[in-house]
Ligand binder design. Sequence first.
Ligand code: AMP
Ligand code: MG
Length: 311
Amino acid sequence: MKNIQSNIKKAKNYLDKSHCVAVPTETVYGLAGNAYSDTAVKKIFNLKRRPANNPLIVHYYNLKKISEDCEINDNFIKLYKKFSPGPITYILKLKKNSKISKFVTNNKKTVAIRFPKHPLFRKLLKNLKYPVAAPSANISSRLSAVKAADVKDEFGNKIKFILNGGVCKIGVESTILNITNKPRLLRYGGLSVSKIKKTLNQKIIININSKDKISPGLFPLHYSPGLPLRMNAKKNKKNEAFVLLKKRENISKDIYYLSKTRNLNEAARNLYSVLRKIKKDKYKSIAVEKIPNEGIGKTINDRLKRASNFK
Ligand code: AMP
Ligand code: MG
């Protein structure tokens, strides 16, 4: 407990001075900085080598502070009550007098906001006087980090501090929903679209490949282990790693599995770690068996599809 307090204090001290620190969330690790500080936000973009036109998600402790920064509406309240804190990001209209750095939104009139659930990150947010901009803690277009060691792999000693909160429970990024108008899904994620639909009782427009570049995180190549990857494979070729949904008895050395029992939530949680391990084991290509396209399986398939654009 004492350790937790002192780590949170350390993270707060760095953030107060506009430095970046890595933070655990229930989805993936984030690379955090003061969302009101241009200096901090620019550091995030530099460290990640992220294109300036790819806006960041801003993280809040609760509802209290957001009304200073963005316009809330009925759909937001319905979803917030049901799913926040949790793996859903809302796109809302930015208020003119908001203090959010213009680098966060790339001068857009909208902002992405989320209320993360991880208890350590929540404790930290509660202690801060500003919200925190935090994209995933990985170099742009690569795999997200789901434990402190992954963050270290990505950035080495370039970041000041990692608030270690263990392994992320969900393991894939948040679901992004634009609710400035009719609800539009911009990214599949940790919360299934069917649950959102049920709560809003409205049609959700699926807009995940929008060509208007409103959400550049949706660029075709993303979430890549840096190796060619093919989906829906029946078997693997020589020297190709083979990823299965469910563990088999006689496992050969080339076989990796995402879950013990065909559980899609477990598979999502293990996805990035398995792909990282394959890369570390020096394979040159990856085959993945067919993953059912239901619930969080849709998110897994979305990530695999984007990773498969690596040539
Ligand atoms: P990451 O933080 O790495 O999970 O990526 C954040 C995602 O949120 C990216 O896909 C961004 O393009 C998206 N995003 C952030 N702000 C906005 C916004 N105002 N409108 C649309 N998408 C956004
Ligand atoms: Mg990311």
